[in-house]
Design a protein around this ligand. Structure first.
Ligand code: HEC
Ligand code: HEC
Ligand code: HEC
Ligand code: HEC
Length: 337
């Protein structure tokens, strides 16, 4: 038997669009299964729902295995394909048409009750949102925001501004303003790691020299002559030549920007100096030279304290060096008087 099948879809404006095909076979299966010659993909159709066949000179259709056809709202097992007859298989409507020449029957098929658009349909039906389940985004976002603001801003500000609190937290294992530290302190200062106020005496202000001098009472000036010290360094802060928070290194700057304006041509700054010019303390340090003055009885000698040099304690502990020139691999110490 030959059946002409016209599948009808609708344009957006509702006009029918026909796609015709000729299906041939002794019996023609209709259903959702892939093996069916007339394939209806909707899940409400059985795998093999009905079959078409010719019998007693007429085309017929019959439901398979109890599957029913619907004719005018009523269930039927089979029917003769007479032009004009309508029946339904699941959500599809079939109309029997006048067969064209060369075909035994003609059917037009249209999906008249499509499944609803699942996503929007589902969300319309679902009653449980993330908020209802306590998983909304706003709550955790605010909680975290407040937590961060309290721990990293509120507590350190309170600790820094209330002197009583500051004194209490100075001895704690971890003080609240540690979170603001820009880096580990110099090795000599690491014992102050939780007592930020030792140097940062006034919150939100630069470190003042009085803080440094409160511990380093006896630090002499950079230059011997007091008048010159005042003239050259009167307005210079300790922190301009000393840094901190950059790890365990000795916290003395050696970068060209701070030291070279004077040391690249030191005689221009201090005409009587006996120092050599230095173009870079890190890579081109000049030979060391130390000047000591013999005491009257020539038993000891004084080392000038005008440079707060770390060489001095070493020389002091080596009295035997008196009057001799000491040479090392990179260092020559000459003691003059
Ligand atoms: C031994 C002294 C000392 C102690 C203790 C100290 N600091 Fe500092 N800190 C300094 C110096 C010096 C500077 C550089 C200041 C300048 O250049 O004016 C500085 C700078 C800073 C800066 C500014 C960083 C920048 O790049 O300008 C912050 C923030 C800071 N310190 C936080 C802390 C915190 C937090 C603590 C406690 C955990 C602390 N400091 C303890 C000496 C100290
Ligand atoms: C609470 C006391 C205290 C304060 C405040 C303090 N220091 Fe110190 N500083 C020390 C101690 C203690 C050492 C370790 C000395 C040692 O190792 O001989 C040290 C070491 C140093 C060293 C290294 C010396 C060395 O021999 O390695 C320098 C440079 C220095 N401090 C400069 C400063 C400056 C600049 C400030 C101010 C920003 C300052 N200090 C604030 C107590 C303090
Ligand atoms: C404003 C000018 C000036 C700046 C800036 C300066 N110095 Fe000096 N420095 C001098 C003068 C002047 C002397 C003393 C010279 C003398 O007494 O003969 C001196 C002495 C020294 C000495 C002692 C040298 C010796 O053999 O006795 C050292 C070390 C030194 N400076 C290192 C530095 C370093 C490091 C810096 C940078 C952090 C620096 N200076 C920044 C002017 C300066
Ligand atoms: C012009 C730069 C400059 C200024 C300003 C300055 N220093 Fe120094 N400071 C140095 C240099 C350079 C050294 C290393 C000198 C040396 O080892 O001979 C040093 C060494 C030190 C040392 C270590 C001394 C030792 O025996 O090892 C301390 C502590 C120190 N300075 C504290 C201070 C303090 C406190 C202030 C502020 C009152 C200050 N310095 C200002 C350049 C400076």
């Amino acid at each position: 038997m030959k059946v002409q099948l016209a599948r009808i879809t609708r344009s957006r404006k509702g006009h029918p669009i026909r796609a015709e095909q000729l299906v041939e076979g002794e019996t023609i299966a209709i259903g959702r299964g892939a093996q069916c010659a007339i394939h209806l993909s909707d899940p409400r159709v059985a795998f093999e729902h009905a079959s078409l066949f010719a019998s007693e000179g007429a085309g017929r259709i019959a439901g398979v295995g109890g599957a029913a056809l619907t004719i005018d709202g009523r269930q039927a097992g089979d029917l003769v394909l007479t032009p004009g007859v309508r029946f339904e298989i699941g959500p599809y409507q079939f109309v029997v048409e006048e067969p064209p020449p060369g075909a035994d029957a003609a059917l037009a098929c249209e999906l008249v009750r499509p499944l609803p658009d699942s996503a929007s349909e589902l969300s319309a039906h679902s009653t449980m949102g993330l908020e209802a389940a306590g998983l909304g985004k706003r709550g955790p976002a605010w909680t975290l925001f407040i937590l961060v603001a309290v721990v990293f801003l509120g507590l350190p500000i309170l600790n820094a501004t209330i002197p009583v609190l500051r004194a209490l937290t100075a001895d704690m294992k971890v003080s609240p303003d540690v979170v603001w530290s820009p880096g580990p302190l110099a090795s000599g200062h690491q014992w102050l790691s939780f007592d930020c106020g030792a140097c940062h005496q006034t919150p939100f202000r630069r470190v003042r020299d009085v803080a440094c001098v409160s511990c380093h009472e006896k630090v002499p000036g950079h230059v011997h002559a007091p008048a010159l010290q005042k003239e050259l360094f009167g307005g210079t802060r300790c922190a301009q030549c000393h840094f901190d928070h950059r790890g365990a290194d000795e916290p003395i700057r050696a970068d060209a920007g701070v030291c070279m304006p004077c040391h690249a041509d030191i005689k221009r700054t201090y005409a009587q100096t006996r120092l050599d010019n230095v173009t870079d303390f890190a890579t081109a340090h000049p030979e060391f030279r130390l000047v000591a003055t013999m005491n009257d009885d020539a038993s000891t000698f004084d080392l000038p304290e005008y440079i707060h040099s770390r060489l001095q304690p070493q020389i002091r502990s080596h009295r035997a060096l008196q009057g001799r020139v000491v040479s090392g691999r990179n260092v020559t110490l000459q003691i003059e008087w």
